[in-house]
Design a protein around this ligand. Sequence first.
Ligand code: PMP
Length: 398
Amino acid sequence: MKINNPKPIAWQFSRRAQQLQSSVIREILKVTMRPEIISFAGGLPSPETFPIERMKEAFDTVLSRQGKVALQYGPTDGYGPLREWIAQSLSTPDNRIAMEQVLMVSGSQQALDLLGKVLIDEGSKVLVETPSYLGALQAFSVYQPEFVSVPTDDDGLLPREVEKIADGARLLYALPNFQNPTGRTMPVERRLQLVETCARLGLPLIEDDPYGALSYRNEPLPKMVAMNPDGVIYMGSFSKVLTPGIRLGYVVAPVPLIRKLEQAKQAADLHTSQLTQMVVYETIKDGFLSQHIPSIRTLYANQCQAMLDAMQEFFPAGVTWNKPEGGMFIWVKLPTHIDSMQLLEEAIEHHVAFVPGAPFYANEPEKNTLRLSFVTVPPAKIREGVEKLAKLIAAKMK
Ligand code: PMP
């Protein structure tokens, strides 16, 4: 039943598709999966934290009690009880979030794509942090914006710089908690200044917050969405507090935007897996996260400390790094003459890996930067890996 000699197809990709590139990080990850490599490259949460038994029970409960609903098509905006749970968990005494403001998505990465689809035209000015989350740059770039990098300091975005360059911009994309890639946190006063600035300019502010719950010491800082729910688009995710494999995230935004995102989502994939949403709701509805999240924080805080200690011990003078207060990443600055992309090639030969910093910059990259993740490597291996890396850096400084 197979035809003979079909004419070979010369694939003519759309202009949009011609722009697509594989993430440098995903390419690096392929190499660093080799077991002999100590990899600080991954952005993956630690599988030690996945609540497998709890979720097994939740799958069983959902399938036996509500199997016909769980396995059916569902509404585009998501599973009602879970949306309500999210609305409540984000509500503050002076700001009630309604379920209608919540859209469930297939991982918060999908929210980035949908936001790009409904807010960005070719040439639209989009403001991003310097540096920013590579996956967002990738998602938005499909819609061919003009990225403008907003200057930052150790506390994140500088509101007065936003003000200088915001004219005509469609949105500002911000990562206030334990930023990917730098691990830095925006203090409360800065959040307030930023929200005020955007509100004054009428500039939509995206608050991408997958790591917010993973604060090591303090209670999580106030969210920007609570400071101005009419102008802030909040993105949350279950990837870092439960598991990323379930692909479940959410957007909280003013209703007119949610309606438009819902139309875009309908066209993209009809709806997020109903089974997944019901299982997550079953898993968390009785307060499970309030016991589970502290165990993730403790694990990551210990491994972060192991990495900071090793860096202090082995890294040569002239190398600097930040001390994260939560999340999964440490950002390193090497002397300016060292290109971390070249360093990576040597590092892989010596069985240690990291992610070079350059791909995280929308405009001019700082090639002497790199991102280290400590969450999937046990402390003894962290020490060994940092020592190896330090030797390679020191050799380049001679
Ligand atoms: N935003 C940021 C800042 C991230 O680091 C990630 C995951 N690495 C995402 C969004 C996407 O997360 P998910 O799709 O798993 O919810």
